[in-house]
Ligand binder design. Structure first.
Ligand code: ADP
Ligand code: ADP
Ligand code: ZN
Length: 217
């Protein structure tokens, strides 16, 4: 089963994708994570990407489509979760073509609905385990009192350079201008489902599980 998690920054896409990986052996394809890896590489491309990301703008379609194309060629286990991709209509068209070429289907697009106030709160409280990538939140899911990651025991936690109020404002603007049209795009294709992203993490997971169990294989 191949699905897209669609929603603004902070909607909970990464959190839910990680649960699906653990529970359904699916493969998370997060273009945000791939781009953060690219910027760590220290290449010229990495430096350019870093600048764009820190401003809160989108990187070019060409770069992210290339990253996704590369990953689709490998093993596909329980299917792909597209997390943070596609973000533009051009990316959505390109994904459709790539899946067609591989004889693959997109089963459903899950729109995670949240309001802007909750996003600001979530993003400024977000941190991640440096070792295993487990996500934490100062309010909803604090780092355990012993200071150790519950998944791997790691003791270093990082905050993203773009998780500040100013960059978030620009990321939200980009979302409404360029990404939210995908809601209508996938609705018209009969692929859109929505969940209440404001519910607790486990409740959101249960809503997504119910949708996946109902979706045609
Ligand atoms: P969030 O989890 O907050 O939604 P991501 O980790 O998905 O953020 O993305 C972080 C940044 O990486 C974006 O603000 C953008 O600059 C870049 N990015 C990630 N995915 C894409 C994409 N599909 N197209 C263009 N830019 C992207
Ligand atoms: P996205 O990948 O869509 O940008 P994340 O999954 O990184 O979003 O979630 C953003 C922040 O909000 C993280 O700190 C995460 O722990 C927290 N979070 C995720 N889902 C929920 C939820 N349902 N309720 C409260 N906080 C949440
Ligand atoms: Zn960890």
């Amino acid at each position: 089963m191949n699905i897209i998690l669609l929603g603004p920054p902070g909607a909970g896409k990464g959190t839910q994708a990680r649960k699906l990986v653990a529970e359904r052996d699916m493969i998370q394809l997060s273009t945000g994570d791939m781009l953060r890896d690219a910027r760590k590489s220290g290449t010229e491309m990495g430096r350019r990407v870093a600048e764009v990301m820190d401003r809160g703008d989108l990187v070019t379609d060409e770069i992210v489509i290339g990253l996704i194309e590369e990953r689709l060629k490998g093993d596909q286990r329980g299917g792909f979760i597209f997390d943070g991709f596609p973000r533009t209509l051009a990316q959505a068209d390109a994904l459709g073509e790539l899946l067609d070429r591989l004889g693959q289907t997109l089963h459903c697009v899950i729109e995670m609905q949240v309001d802007d106030d909750a996003l600001v709160e979530r993003i400024t409280a977000r941190s991640t385990c440096a070792q295993c990538g487990e996500g934490y939140n100062d309010i909803a899911k604090p780092i355990p009192a012993d200071g150790k990651c519950e998944k791997c025991g790691g003791t270093e936690f990082i905050r993203r350079a773009d998780d500040n109020a100013e960059s978030l404002k620009q990321r939200l603007m980009e979302y409404y201008k360029k990404t939210s049209p995908l809601i209508g795009y996938y609705y018209a294709k009969g692929k859109l489902c929505s969940v209440d992203g404001l519910a607790d993490i486990d409740e959101v997971a249960a809503s997504i599980a119910a949708l996946l169990d109902r979706a045609p294989a």
